[in-house]
Design a binder for this molecule. Structure first.
Ligand code: HGY
Ligand code: MN
Ligand code: MN
Length: 416
């Protein structure tokens, strides 16, 4: 297998202009944005993508959970298309590239293919999946999970966000509940371009990451229930302090990562009720995000968190309940596609390495029904989920050119 052709170049001024336009919807200094899933800002990003796709002459379709697909048709409609894309939603403190890069890069490749005047055997579908981040509605990668049949439309629509709003209502509100049934397009291959969001490529001075797979993800929400009381008049021995239990659980996570090699643990969100300086918390809700490349180790970490939550509740004299918000086992990417990416990087003389993705991505869901793989561009200092997220312009251009070469090659493939 080799990468025969260097694909026609993507217009990088247009690509960066599009990233600027997406950031400008709801900018966060220095160069980030907030476009939480299914908010007015997300709608604006979607509308922008739809306008670019239609102006490019691509056929736009939207499925029942708002996944968007812009299609460049191939010469052989009997052949499954190739798909490339990512997501347009961001965390509340998102960066310029997380998700958006994969969408505008795939769009740019489709436009370059169209401008080449050649109609390749396979079409190229540019995808923007709903609610990849999971910051508002859990689980993350929700749209692509529905696309591959891992969650029903009704379950997705019934999901209640951290703001108490139902996903279905938010989707209807922004007008992106589409007519297409989920999973209507099953690509022959899916390639996602994304920034690494970690420090490896930047630290090693490398340009391209050939992603071998995604580590396992476990999201739990633990709610402790105690009794509100006076902070000044209630002796310590008489307290049922839900906040004490939640803080105790959060405090044990660091020690847990020392016990389980390779484990990442984060208590990213903690909500106290009534959240007042002089009231002992009646209720405290804490989220626990666990990641590990090995499923058994992830399971062990989850069991430990369960025991630690019980101990914390007992010590504080409160009750507790745990909700699993997401649980995805580690996912390997297609070896053949990885090889194509490596060959394409090599053909352009770009320094690369293989690595596992620390972050979750839509590609891990597409891997359930299609050959799937990812290309990483370096993140400066590994910063992400932060408006300071940055990648050198020349690294973006090189990663986009590798994406273009791989997609061009895949669209020329007439055998299954
Ligand atoms: O949480 C993640 O890894 C991704 O950003 N949704
Ligand atoms: Mn992302
Ligand atoms: Mn993200």
């Amino acid at each position: 297998m080799s990468v025969e052709t260097l694909a026609p170049a993507v217009d990088m001024d247009v690509l960066h202009g599009r990233l600027d336009a997406l950031v400008a919807i709801n900018p966060l200094p220095p160069d980030g944005a907030c476009r939480l899933a299914l908010t007015a800002e997300d709608r604006a990003g979607r509308d922008q993508f739809a306008a670019w796709a239609q102006a490019a002459g691509l056929a736009l379709s939207v499925d029942a959970v708002g996944n968007m697909f812009a299609s460049l048709h191939g010469a052989r409609p009997d052949l499954e298309p190739v798909m490339s894309g990512s997501h347009l939603d961001t965390v509340a403190t998102g960066g310029r590239f997380d998700g958006a890069l994969g969408v505008v890069a795939a769009l740019g490749v489709a436009e370059a293919m169209k401008a080449s005047g050649k109609t390749l055997p396979r079409g190229l579908v540019v995808a923007a999946f709903t609610n990849e981040e999971g910051a508002r509605f859990q689980p993350d990668m929700l749209g692509s999970l529905v696309h591959v049949g891992g969650l029903s439309v009704s379950e997705a629509r019934d999901t209640v966000g951290v703001d108490g709003i139902c996903l279905g209502d938010a989707l209807d509100e922004i007008g992106y509940a589409g007519p297409m049934p989920p999973g209507a397009i099953t690509p022959s291959a899916f390639i996602e371009l994304h920034v690494e969001q970690g420090p490896i490529l930047d630290a090693e001075g490398l340009t391209i990451g050939v992603v071998e797979g995604v580590q396992g993800i476990s999201w739990q929400e633990v709610t402790f229930e105690g009794e509100a009381n006076h902070a000044g008049a209630t002796p310590m021995r008489l307290r049922q302090d839900a906040g004490r239990a939640a803080l105790a659980l959060g405090d044990t996570l660091n020690a847990l990562t020392a016990q389980i090699d390779g484990l990442l643990a984060t208590a990213g969100r903690i909500v106290m009720v009534p959240n007042l300086i002089n009231v002992i918390p009646q209720r405290a809700t804490i989220t626990v995000d666990l990641r590990h490349p090995d499923d058994a180790a992830l399971q062990k970490a989850e069991d430990c968190v369960g025991a630690l939550a019980r101990e914390a509740a007992q010590a504080a004299g409160v009750s507790h309940a745990t909700r699993q918000l997401a649980r995805f086992s580690p996912v390997p990417f297609d070896a053949g596609l990885q090889e194509r990416i490596a060959l394409a990087a090599e053909a352009r003389g770009l320094p690369m390495r293989r690595l596992i993705s620390g972050a979750g991505h839509d590609a891990q869901m597409l891997a359930r029904t299609s050959k799937s793989a990812m290309i990483f561009a370096p993140s400066i200092d590994g910063i992400s989920h932060n408006p300071a997220e940055a990648t050198h312009r020349e690294d973006i251009e090189k990663a986009v050119s590798v994406l273009g070469d791989v997609l061009w090659d895949l669209c020329c493939e007439e055998s299954d």
